[in-house]
Ligand binder design. Sequence first.
Ligand code: UD1
Ligand code: MG
Length: 450
Amino acid sequence: MSGLACVVLAAGKGTRMRSALPKVLHPVGGRPMIEHVLAHAWALLPERVVLVVGPELEGTAGGFGGCAGSFDCVVQNEPLGTAHAVAQTRPLLEDFGGDVLVLYADTPLVRIETLAGLVRARRNGDRTAAVLGFRPADPAAYGRLVLNSDGTLERIVEHAEASEAECAVTLCNAGMMAVDGRRLFPLLDAIGDDNAKGEYYLTDLPAIAAAQGGACAVAEAPADEVMGINDRAELALAERILQERLRHAAMVGGATLTDPSTVWLSVDTRIGRDVTIGPNVAVGPRVVIEDGVEIRPFSHLEGVRVRKQAVIGPFARLRPGCDIGKGARVGNFVEVKNSTVEQGAKINHLSYVGDAGVGAGANIGAGTITCNYDGYEKSRTEIGEGAFIGSNTALVAPVTVGPGAVVGAGSVITEDVEADAIAVARGEQRQREGAAARRRERRRPGGTQD
Ligand code: UD1
Ligand code: MG
C-alpha cells in the first residue's frame, strides 16, 4: 500500500503474563507474537515499519522476523501508555504525510485483508482515523466503542474508566487504528494521563479528534482475529484459534489429518500433498513435509525436511538439522538429530542417531546408538550406502562405516570399518556343553551337592 507507515507497539510491561520473558516474545504457532505482527506489517507493503520496544528488547530487536523485511526501532524507556508509545516515533514519522497504521504486538491473529480494510475505512471520506472494532463473546477488559447516531466513533472508553452503562456496550476496541499522519502528532500532544491507570491512552484520540471537528470511522473485524493476548489463558486461546487455521490450511492443501484437533503445527510448517498425519503429532518450527509422507501417531518434529514417501513414527522424534531422504523410514522410539538419512535408509526401532550421515538403503538395527558426545565435543558418524548395522551397536564417533559393510550385533565400534567388510567388536561367545543341565541338578532339592 502506498502512503502507509506501520507502527508496531511492543513496549508494554505485559505484567498479566507473569513471566520473565517479555510478553511479545511468547510464541504462538511456534513464532513469537511480535514476529507475527511484523509479518502482517510487511505484508501490507508499507513505505516504512517502525517498531516500538521497551529497553529490555533494545539489543535484540534487530533479529526479529528473521529479517524478512526492514524496520526501524525506537525505544520507549518507560511504558507510559499506548499514546506515549506512538509518540516515540515522532522523529521518524512527523513529516510522513500518509496513513499511520498502529498495530499492537499482542494481537497476532489479525488477517491482512482486515488491516487493509481498516486503512481504506480511514481513507474513505478522509476521516481523521479509523478504529478496528469487534464483538468478543466476553468483552472483559477491552475498551468499548461508543458510536454516534451516524455510525461514526464518538469515543473509546477504557474498561478501567467505563460506567456500568458503557460496560454493557458489546462493540469493543481491537486496538488497531489507522490515523491520518498529518493529524497524528498534534492529536497525541493533546492526550493527557488523567485516568485510572495514569497512562497516555491512544484510545483518547478519537474523542479529541471529534472535539476538533474530525470524524473517526469504525471497521468491524471477526472476534477470532483480534483477540489480544494479555495473560496465559488468552495465549492458550490464541494458540487454539491459530492451530485451527493451520490444520484447516493443511487439509485444504491436500493433507489428511486423521484427528485434526490433536495435531500441532507451526506457522512456517510446509506440508505437501497426500501427506498423512496421524493423531498426536507435534510439528515445531522450520519443518518441511514433502508429498506422500506419512507421519504416524505421537511423533515430534522440529527443524527437519522429510522427503517424499518417507514414513516417520509412530513415536519418533526428529530434532533440528535433519534431512530424511525419499522413502526412508524412522520408526518407533527413534531419535534423530542433525543428521542426513539418505533415500530408502531404515532406522526402525529404538535408536539414537545424532550428528550422522546414513547412506542410501542402509539398515540401522534396533538399539543402535551413535555415541556423538565425549563430554567435551560432538563428533560425526558416517554410515555408507547399503551398510548394515546390527542391533544394539554403539558407534563411537568420530567413526566411519564404509558402504556395504556389516557390523555385528552388540558391537562397540571405535575404529573405521572398511567398505564391504564385516566388523564384530564384542566378547567372543563361549559354550560349556551340558553345564546348564548340571547346574539344574545341583539346585534341585535333594540334588547332588559338589
Ligand atoms: C489496549 C487498548 C484497549 C483495547 C485492547 C485490545 C489502550 C489504552 N487500550 O488495552 O482499548 O481494547 O488493547 O487488545 O490502548 N504498549 C506499549 N507501550 C505502553 C503500553 C503498551 O508499547 O506504554 C504496547 C503493548 O506491548 C501491547 C499494546 O501496546 O502490544 C497494547 O498494550 P496493552 O497493555 O496490552 O493494552 P490493553 O490493556 O490490552
Ligand atoms: Mg493487550
